[in-house]
Design a protein around this ligand. Structure first.
Ligand code: ADP
Length: 422
């Protein structure tokens, strides 16, 4: 609510607009001053009332006669940032008139306020005739912009500092979690290893071998225990990678040898799932520089995933070639490609995070080489950590996720070539 001249009787004071504006707009021709005074309407606002709303069309400029205003920016989430206050003799609202755009901030009375309101046309007309007044207004606005830039920089660096603190806190929490997981996996692995030993002894026992049902039960215990053992080993691998406790031995290494072992590891699963594993160009690759046990794990997890996420009867191709990384270090490149369900674009980077699994976790079945068989979500985190520890690169490519059309996925691993010491 605002009140024009007649309501000023409420304040009991009628301002002489011309004499009020004279010192503020000094240097104006008497005629222009007279014109502005005639165009001016005196208005009164109560404390808390909004005079200008950010985004509204700007059609007037205001000169504070009495009281003060605060100028704020409003954000979508309902919060606002204070810009500055203005008091008697100061104008506001001129920016939108000069820009011929919407109001750039909200102006609110912080105490009972009296202003002179002058409409756009008379004000701009006078400005056009008075270069010195235009320059003064521009200087004032530039000062405001500088202040608000400064304020924005301070706000940004404060927000940055808070983000940095939050990140440090999260890193500490993540370390605590990794430490806890590492200790638990360590503690649990020993009894599981013992359990596996006993279960395997049970399998050898004559009475068990003579009874098909006992044999089946013993086999179930062995399979599940092996699976548990593998999960604990993977967890320990990840935590070693996270804590930098991984020892990398750099020897000349032929990737084709690694794939001989991988082929025999997954031979039975490939046959059962009627999947073809095709190896192309691996035996022509020069040796890379790597730790055989660790590089084995990288390709173990990639081929295991290709098996898991490709429907029965599909094809897995492993292609070897030489390439140059961006920093021009000579590399070997091994691409593991499948005809499986593919990966959605929003997951393609996240899958390398530890414990990250796409889709409905409850729907994962539990066999490691079954179609969409369950895993702990660690394989790619381990592969990534190992490749990076070797100074290499790993990434995934896929046209998208679709269980019907099976667009397939491609995992590219780059490892530096072995260079013999001079
Ligand atoms: P998991 O134990 O769940 O397989 P990984 O770290 O090996 O964990 O993989 C993380 C996620 O990446 C998987 O849950 C799966 O959704 C996706 N993924 C990995 N490899 C493939 C692939 N070849 N095809 C489709 N999705 C894949």
């Amino acid at each position: 609510m605002n009140h024009s001249v007649s309501a000023l009787e409420f304040q009991g004071k009628q301002v002489d607009a011309k004499e009020f504006l004279r010192p503020i707009l000094f240097g104006l021709e008497e005629e222009d001053l007279e014109g502005l005074a005639q165009a001016a309407v005196q208005r009164y606002y109560e404390s808390g009332e909004v005079i200008i709303r950010e985004g509204d069309e700007g059609d007037a400029v205001y000169f504070i006669v009495d009281g003060s205003v605060e100028v704020v920016k409003e954000y979508d989430d309902g919060t606002e940032r204070f810009l500055h206050t203005s008091g008697p003799g100061e104008p506001f609202g001129e920016m939108a008139l000069l820009q011929e755009g919407g109001r750039t901030a909200t102006v609110r009375a912080v105490e009972p306020l009296t202003v002179l309101e002058i409409e756009r046309d008379p004000f701009l007309g006078v400005l056009g005739r008075s270069p010195s007044l235009s320059v003064r207004i521009l200087v004032r606005l530039t000062g405001r912009l500088k202040d608000s830039d400064q304020q924005a920089i301070e706000d940004l660096s404060q927000a940055n500092e808070e983000l940095r603190k939050a990140l440090r806190r999260l890193e500490r929490l993540d370390r605590t979690k990794t430490d806890f997981i590492q200790v638990s996996a360590h503690e649990l692995r020993t009894p599981v290893a013992a359990l596996l030993g006993y279960a395997q002894m049970m399998q050898q026992n004559g009475k068990v071998q003579a009874d098909p049902q006992l044999q089946m039960l013993a086999e179930g215990v062995v399979t599940s225990t092996k699976r548990l053992h593998r999960v604990f080993n993977s967890i320990l691998d990840v935590s070693r990678l996270m804590t930098g406790g991984l020892q990398v031995i750099r020897n000349p290494l032929n990737v084709s040898t690694i794939f001989e072992a991988i082929q025999s590891e997954f031979g039975e699963a490939l046959e059962r799932r009627r999947l073809t594993l095709e190896l192309v160009g691996l035996d022509q690759l020069p040796p890379c520089s790597g730790d055989p046990d660790l590089i084995y794990k990288v390709f173990y997890h990639l081929v295991n995933n290709a098996i898991k996420y490709t429907p029965d009867g599909g094809q897995i191709s492993v292609i070897g070639r030489t390439s140059e990384a961006e920093d021009l270090v000579e590399c070997i490149e091994v691409v593991v490609e499948d005809t499986g369900i593919g990966i959605a674009p929003q997951d393609i980077h996240l899958i390398f995070e530890k414990f990250y699994r796409t889709g409905e976790v409850a729907l994962h079945s539990s066999g490691t080489t079954k179609f969409k068989g369950g895993g702990a979500g660690l394989g790619l985190a381990i592969a990534h950590g190992i490749v990076v520890a070797h100074g290499g690169e790993i990434w995934a490519e896929s046209p998208g996720y679709d269980e019907e059309t099976c667009p397939g996925s491609k995992f590219v691993v780059r490892l530096p070539r072995f260079v013999s010491p001079e």
